[in-house]
Design a protein around this ligand. Structure first.
Ligand code: AMP
Length: 444
């Protein structure tokens, strides 16, 4: 039979990696809640219209990377299939604004501060750091247009990296791409400039040049990057109000002690962004970050999207958000050799010798669990040696051994698997003794 393997671009997170995930998600949740965010979950499946306009009909995400969900008629006369297509969500911001509008969260006191975590899907070419199912954590501040909100959203990302001991390994790049009005004029100016280099651009950029010259500026192809580098700086082209918003944002970042670098080509892939855009990248250290052409290494990013609610049929609503890629942060923690807290492991292995002992262990198990002890057992194994070897391999500190004699005497043997000592205790004293031994082993 052919071997069944996972779908390309998808990954399992095995128990040995779970400590990284808990470290990231736990710290993120703590930081987000302490800064006044509330959790939101949105469905994995959405109508494609949620993304078509906001992300951009011409964007790679909408053009090439959507996972479409097959729909099925529920009755013979069901004609709902002609409704909008269903897709797996490629990102969460547009879904959250859809939920904000649909559930009329705009009627609540503003701003609404939300955080999320969950899988996103993009049918891209898989490579290191680029999966087809990946997990994002992120936040959105909806209903506040002040530059202080821009700075605070960036601050949350920075605080998270600090708590993950990664702050000194990242660079935060920031730019402003202008508001709805000046963005259009800037696009024209960039296009005029790029037209002179049209034949030197990659085929994708040549095609996109008319509809969306911005894309050329964040194209990963080397030849496009070289042309983009000498393009007029967007920051010099934005209008006076956007300029003030940007200067204020930078000033607040200084107040919050968040270090940043200006990058005038930072436009980000999605159409909905206005004004502030930012990205968090790992700093290059020696051979670690010698990146192959096209490799995407950003750990996260975000920006302001004041026009998104209108694109989805709502009233104009200023908003800003960010999202970070959990798998890439896990890779970064590993590559940088950061120690993360170990997950709680079993403390005690229950070992039985014979059917009566087996039954006795099952009788005492609920009590041990009720007292908060973490228990492992392998009831299918019979020999003492096999069970002890297993406990040792799993780094378990104590074994509780019960054989025929102990059943008869209402006792149990506690074996310390680290120093090999053992003692026999009455069952009524078992929990107390186990706790004392675990406590003393913590001190050693
Ligand atoms: P974006 O929504 O494209 O701004 O992505 C935000 C972050 O999500 C990126 O900086 C990455 O860390 C992560 N990310 C985006 N696409 C992928 C992918 N295909 N595989 C893994 N992580 C991704």
């Amino acid at each position: 039979m052919t071997k069944i393997s996972k779908v390309r671009g998808m990954q399992d997170v095995l128990p040995e990696d779970q400590k990284y995930w808990k470290f990231i998600l736990g710290n993120f949740e703590k930081k987000a809640i302490s800064q006044g965010y509330e959790k939101i979950d949105t469905p994995l499946v959405e109508n494609i219209e949620v993304f078509r306009r906001p992300v951009g009909a011409q964007s790679d995400i909408v053009e090439k990377q959507m996972f479409r969900v097959a729909r099925r008629a529920e009755t013979e006369t069901d004609d709902r299939l002609s409704d909008a297509e269903w897709v797996l969500r490629p990102e969460n911001t547009a879904s959250i604004i859809r939920a904000y509008l649909e559930s009329k969260l705009g009627n609540l006191p503003q701003p609404i501060k939300l955080y999320y975590s969950g899988p996103m899907f993009r049918y891209d070419r898989p490579q290191k750091g680029r999966l087809r199912q990946f997990t994002q954590i992120g936040c959105e501040v909806i209903g506040d247009g002040s530059p202080a909100s821009d700075a605070l959203v960036i601050f949350l990302s920075y605080e998270l990296f600090k708590s993950l001991k990664l702050a000194k390994f990242i660079t935060l790049e920031i730019n402003s791409i202008g508001c709805k009005t000046c963005k259009k004029e800037i696009a024209e100016k960039i296009k005029d400039y790029l037209l002179d280099f049209r034949s030197s651009l990659c085929p994708d950029c040549q095609r996109r040049l008319n509809a969306n010259p911005w894309r050329v500026l964040d194209c990963k192809e080397k030849k496009c990057r070289q042309i983009a580098e000498v393009c007029p700086a967007i920051i010099d082209l934005i209008c006076e109000t956007c300029g003030k918003h940007f200067r204020d944002t930078l000033e607040y970042l200084d107040d919050l002690k968040v270090p940043y670098e200006l990058n005038s080509n930072l436009v980000r892939g999605l159409d909905y962004y206005t004004r502030t855009t930012f990205e968090i990248k790992p700093v290059a250290t020696g051979e670690i970050k010698e990146e192959p052409e096209g490799r995407q290494s950003a750990l996260g990013g975000g920006g302001r999207y004041d026009g998104l609610a209108e694109m989805l049929g709502g009233a104009a609503t200023p908003a800003i958000g960010m999202s970070l890629g959990v798998e890439r942060i896990v890779d970064e923690l590993k590559e940088r050799g950061i120690d993360v807290p170990e997950l709680e492991k079993p403390q005690i292995c229950l070992i039985q010798l014979g059917p009566k002992a087996h039954q006795r262990l099952l009788q005492i198990l609920p009590d041990l669990l009720k007292k908060g002890l973490r228990i492992f057992s392998a009831p299918g194994k019979e020999s003492l040696k096999a069970q002890l070897r297993l406990a040792d391999k799993k780094n378990i500190r104590l074994a509780v051994i019960i054989g025929e004699k102990e059943v008869f005497e209402n006792s149990a043997i506690i074996k310390d698997l680290v120093n090999n000592s053992q003692e026999t205790v009455r069952l009524s004293r078992l929990v107390g003794r186990l706790k004392t031994k675990l406590k003393s082993s913590k001190k050693n």
